[in-house]
Design a protein around this ligand. Structure first.
Ligand SMILES: NC(=O)c1ccc[n+]([C@@H]2O[C@H](COP(=O)([O-])OP(=O)(O)OC[C@H]3O[C@@H](n4cnc5c(N)ncnc54)[C@H](OP(=O)(O)O)[C@@H]3O)[C@@H](O)[C@H]2O)c1
Length: 326
């Protein structure tokens, strides 16, 4: 990892440790009966899984996605839920694949009609130790974090937006939550419009998460005027999930000592349930402010780059051009 990031890493670690020892904000249980919610990327052990389970317990009808074996995910969630709460259904979705995104959005619209909360939670951080020397690309040629975390999310949101807007008009409250990260601070506006040149995955991840905050704000500016539609950015905190555990396991050299690393890393991070709290808060609280960046169940402050509205607009237009391509 580049040494220029060392001061930021040290500061982040100090802030994290102080927060770890202090009280952890929790979202208040809220009656979600009659609300329809999508949580993308809700595989077992993830933040999305914990958020979906809680929302279903609070009465929402929840659709979750993963890339492989949605039946097993559905069974696991239903087994935990028992007879309590709203329903849970799972469906396959690969954000890197246009056809998969279109198929999922079409399936959802045909089956459910209304949509009150779209939680764009699915995301990747590949090569957590930043050891590889080459940019990883999606099958259609994009840097992979950009393709999945940002472009795929933009595509899905565009397809479901008319349903969200209709539900906002009919029922008075619809929301899009983009699960971003504190790591968006590594992103730079001037790099958003150029081909990703480096090979540091944390930088690539940061660019994709910065783009998601821009998308939140552009979306809210376009549709938030009625007061019935809100778009929000969420940072869940530092959480022990598959992204961390699976990320370490993916290195052959680390696998034999994974058991040794797992316990201290797990102890130093939030659990998925704790990491889901800001998502739950933003999905349910009546007074959350559209367009804002939330962390620890409160409004947070994103980077200066993330607040540049002209960049958000330019990025939105370019993303629409990409979508319009055959
Ligand atoms: N963990 C943290 O400390 C942390 C901190 C800040 C932000 N976040 C963000 O929180 C969100 C949830 O992450 P997590 O920590 O819960 O990670 P996780 O356990 O790895 O879950 C990520 C989810 O995204 C799905 N996903 C991966 N690639 C996908 C693709 N191409 N199309 C559709 N879905 C895909 C995964 O599905 P499969 O299982 O099928 O791959 C999985 O369900 C992410 O956006 C992440 O960037 C996490």
């Amino acid at each position: 990892m580049a040494t220029t990031h060392l001061p930021t890493m040290l500061r982040d670690t100090a802030v994290h440790l102080v927060r770890l020892l202090g009280p952890k904000p929790m979202a208040k249980p809220t009656d979600m009966a009659g609300r329809r919610v999508i949580v993308t990327g809700a595989s077992s052990g993830s933040i999305g899984y914990a958020a979906a389970l809680e929302l279903a317990r609070w009465g929402a009808e929840v659709v979750v996605t993963c890339r492989r074996d949605p039946d097993a995910l559905q069974q696991a969630l239903r087994a935990e839920l028992g007879h309590a709460g709203g329903g849970v259904a799972a469906q396959a979705l690969d954000l890197a694949d246009r056809d998969s995104v279109s198929a999922f959005a079409g399936w959802y619209r045909r089956r459910f009609g209304a949509l009150h909360v779209l939680i764009n939670n699915a995301g990747i951080l590949h090569d957590v130790l930043a050891l590889r020397r080459q940019v990883e690309r999606s099958p259609d040629g994009f840097e992979v974090h950009w393709r999945i975390n940002y472009l795929g999310t933009f595509h899905l949101t565009s397809l479901l937006l008319p349903t969200l807007i209709d539900s906002a008009a009919a029922d008075g409250d619809a929301r899009v939550l983009n699960v971003t990260s504190h790591q968006h601070m590594r992103g730079r506006n001037d790099r958003l419009f150029a081909e990703f040149g480096g090979h540091n995955p944390w930088d690539a991840y940061g660019q994709s998460k910065l783009a998601l905050i821009h998308m939140t704000q552009a979306l809210h500016r376009r549709h938030g005027g009625t007061g019935k539609f809100r778009a929000l950015s969420v940072h869940p905190g530092s959480v022990y999930t598959n992204l961390v555990a699976g990320g370490l396991e993916s290195y052959r050299g680390v696998r034999p000592i994974q058991w040794l690393l797992a316990a201290p890393v797990k102890a130093a991070l939030l659990s998925p349930q704790q990491g889901a709290q800001t998502t739950l808060f933003c999905a349910t609280d009546a007074d959350v402010e559209g367009g804002r960046y939330y962390e620890r169940c409160a409004v947070g402050r994103p980077s200066t780059d993330a607040l540049d509205a002209s960049v958000a607009e330019r990025l939105w237009e370019l993303s629409e051009e990409w979508l319009a391509q055959p």
